[in-house]
Ligand binder design. Structure first.
Ligand code: ATP
Ligand code: BTN
Length: 251
């Protein structure tokens, strides 16, 4: 790797983050997802960057990644988990728990985002490659504005007025994600379904779910024990499995 590389240890009075065993903090990268994909890293490695030149979201979209945000990816062996369908939601739940602990009132937008005050504060991207799950989290922390996406995004600072130590934020989030994923590995998504459902964005509202070709409209009822979305449509209740689908409110 041709980037400046800083290793941080977890042992300076920080909470245990047992699933994550190694942390590499870099300055600039194209994408922390690609760093993990190209390298030969062990399960449990976390790669963080201060900036990403080609930060990516789902479906080839761009993730605005200027200084001030937190951009990290981690790699885990897929075989730890029995059913990975609810995996992005489990990661989002870890972020949600952390934001709640800091006084925010976050909502989870199925299947992969965390919203604060009606705007996107965090996105989760999960990619599978050769038995590995490479999961990326982009969290808006200290940004004061968003140059390219404007009004759809919000940072922790824009809501609370505070400036955060991103290292503390990272350690706090990894602890929460680790705890959720350990439970997810042992018991599956079912043990978190109620918690996720209780903070689900657009619950009880009319929404449209699209996969780019077809669209399904209905009232967002909740999620099931595997993390599937439950929609009450004109033709009865439908279950939508996580995938490359988009969820929008009908306004
Ligand atoms: P959906 O998941 O319903 O398709 P989405 O717009 O959230 O909606 P994603 O692919 O999950 O789609 O996320 C990528 C989108 O996130 C980008 O198209 C952009 O609108 C938004 N985005 C990009 N960078 C940021 C950021 N730093 N903070 C918040 N939102 C961002
Ligand atoms: C989304 O909402 O579409 C997911 C956004 C995921 C962004 C994170 S930032 C760290 C990691 N590296 C990337 O290039 N993307 C993810």
């Amino acid at each position: 790797m041709d980037h400046e590389q800083k290793a941080l240890s977890y042992d300076q009075g920080t909470p245990s983050v047992s699933l994550f065993e190694a942390l590499i903090w870099l300055e600039d990268v194209d994408s922390t997802q690609e760093v993990l994909k190209k390298g030969n890293f062990e399960s449990g490695t976390v790669v963080v960057a201060n900036r990403q030149k080609k930060g990516k979201g789902r479906k080839g979209r761009r993730w605005e990644s200027q200084e001030g945000g937190l951009y990290f990816s981690f790699v885990l062996s897929e075989e730890i988990f029995r059913n990975i369908m609810g995996f992005p939601l489990a990661v989002a739940l870890g972020v949600k728990r952390f934001l709640s602990s800091q006084g925010f009132s976050p909502a989870i937008k199925w299947p992969n985002d965390v919203y604060v005050e009606g705007k996107k504060c965090c996105g989760v991207l999960v990619e599978r490659t050769g038995g590995w799950l490479i999961s990326g989290v982009g969290l808006n922390v200290n940004q004061e504005e968003f140059r390219h996406i404007g009004e759809v995004a919000v940072s922790m600072r824009m809501v609370s007025g505070e400036i955060y130590d991103r290292r503390d934020v990272l350690i706090g989030i990894l602890k929460e994600i680790s705890e959720v994923l350990e439970g997810f590995a042992k018991e599956g998504f079912g043990s978190f379904a109620d918690e996720v459902e209780s903070c689900l964005l657009f619950r009880g509202q009319e929404v449209v779910v699209t996969d780019g070709q077809s669209a399904l409209a209905g009232i967002l009822e909740g999620i099931d024990g595997e993390g599937g979305l439950l929609l009450e449509t004109g033709n009865g209740r439908k279950r939508i499995l996580a995938g490359d689908v988009s969820l929008r409110p009908v306004v």
